[in-house]
Structures are given as C-alpha cells and as structure tokens.
Design a protein around this ligand. Structure first.
Ligand code: GTP
Ligand code: MG
Length: 204
C-alpha cells in the first residue's frame, strides 16, 4: 500500500463521460473534503477544489481529470469525483432534499466507479448520515476506503487509537481506514496507494 502516484495533473470542471475509472470522495459538509482532494492531488499551492469559509457551498458534483504515474512507471488516468457534502444544518431544506436523489442517481447509475473514499472526522463519531452512506455503498458493492480527516488535531497515539475505534464502530478492517491530514500531508502516500490498488482492479 505504499505505491506513490506522481505527476498528477487535474483539470477541474470537466464532465466525466466515457469509460475512465472514477474515484469518488464523499462525506458530510465541512469534513475536509476539498482540502483532502487538493492535498491528494498535490495541489496545495494552486488548489483545484475550493475550501470554503461557508460550509455546504459545494452543491454539485465536480469531476477532476487526473493523470498519474504509479510505481514502475505505470500510467493511471482517472476522474476524481467531488460529491457535494451532506448534513449541513444551515443549508435550505429544498437543497437538502435534492441531495439524496442526485447522489443516488450518480452512484447507482455510473458503471465506472472504481471506488469511494468516504471521509469521517477522526475526532467525532460517524453521523447517522455517514452510516447510511456506507450502507448504501456496501449495498451497491462499491469498494470503500475511509479517510479519517483532520488527523493533525490529535497526537500520534490518539490517532492510532481513534483509527482502531472507528474501524470497530464501522465494522471495517482497520487497514481500510487511513488517518489523513491536509495540513501535514500525513496519510497521503497511504491513500494514494489505496487508490492505486482500486484502480488496478477491474471495475464491476
Ligand atoms: P464543504 O465543501 O464546505 O462542505 O466542506 P469540505 O468538506 O470540502 O471541507 P473543507 O476542505 O472546505 O474544510 C473545512 C474546514 O476544515 C476548513 O476550515 C479547513 O481549513 C479545515 N480543514 C480541512 N482539512 C483539515 C485538516 O486536515 N486539518 C485541519 N486542522 N483542518 C482542516
Ligand atoms: Mg468542499
């Protein structure tokens, strides 16, 4: 799981037609999804995903076309898919009601999803919406990695303990969870390795 992708080029806003595999990033509003995507893509100085001071701003599905090179020179080309965050209380009810059909239509109707990175704040318990999303992904038989965001807010031993606790709470093997920090870059190599492994599998 330590394969390093390099030379990531991301073109934001491109719609995702065709047959390139898609890696989807999902999580509640303000969990750190845009920050993680920018760090994941190595785009901390020229971010592609907007980190907003107003949570819940991203209300559409954004696609970033990515070219990367895995260990051994293997080329990888895929879409990073940024889903709108869910569960933000101050978003109008009409917008919240529209969220689920949009997401479910995309997740159930897209044949080229190689896997989903589900984000959960390392400091908090998974919300009912987080659990519902993970159940939905399992029902669709989509491979899932869980990124535990904002890991820099905890000390190293606390981070490891929370990873084990959250694995138990979500009934997932601990190696499916990655402690991640967009601030320090911790967990980036592991997440890249996990995504590379997803891309190596044939899509359903
Ligand atoms: P919305 O798109 O608005 O729903 O939020 P998001 O999930 O994309 O989160 P975003 O990346 O915009 O980050 C939300 C807040 O958390 C911002 O204030 C970020 O600076 C902060 N944040 C995100 N990731 C980290 C992290 O790894 N460490 C710390 N300390 N703060 C983070
Ligand atoms: Mg965002």
């Amino acid at each position: 799981m330590a394969v390093e992708l390099a030379g990531v080029v991301a073109v934001p806003g491109a719609p995702a037609p065709g047959t390139l595999p898609q890696i989807v990033f999902s999580g509640r509003s303000n969990v750190g999804k845009s920050s993680l995507i920018n760090r994941f893509l190595g785009r901390t100085r020229k971010p592609v995903a907007r980190v907003s001071a107003t949570p819940g701003k991203t209300q559409q599905i954004n696609f970033y076309r990515v070219q990367a090179e895995a260990a051994g020179g293997r080329k990888r080309e895929f879409y990073v898919v940024d889903l709108p965050g869910y569960g933000f209380a101050r978003v109008p009810e009409s917008v919240r009601a529209a969220w689920r059909p949009l997401i479910e239509r995309y997740l159930s109707g897209t044949r080229h999803i190689a896997g989903v990175v589900q984000l959960v704040d390392i400091r908090h318990e998974p919300t009912p919406d987080d659990r519902r999303m993970l159940e939905y992904l399992a029902a669709l038989r989509l491979p899932v990695l869980v990124a535990l965001t904002k890991a820099d807010k905890l000390g190293a031993s606390m981070r490891a303990a929370r990873r084990a606790e959250l694995a138990a709470a979500l009934r997932l093997p601990v190696d499916q969870l990655v402690a991640f920090s967009a601030v320090t870059g911790e967990g980036r190599a592991e997440l890249l390795g996990g995504v590379d492994a997803l891309l190596a599998e044939p899509v359903r």
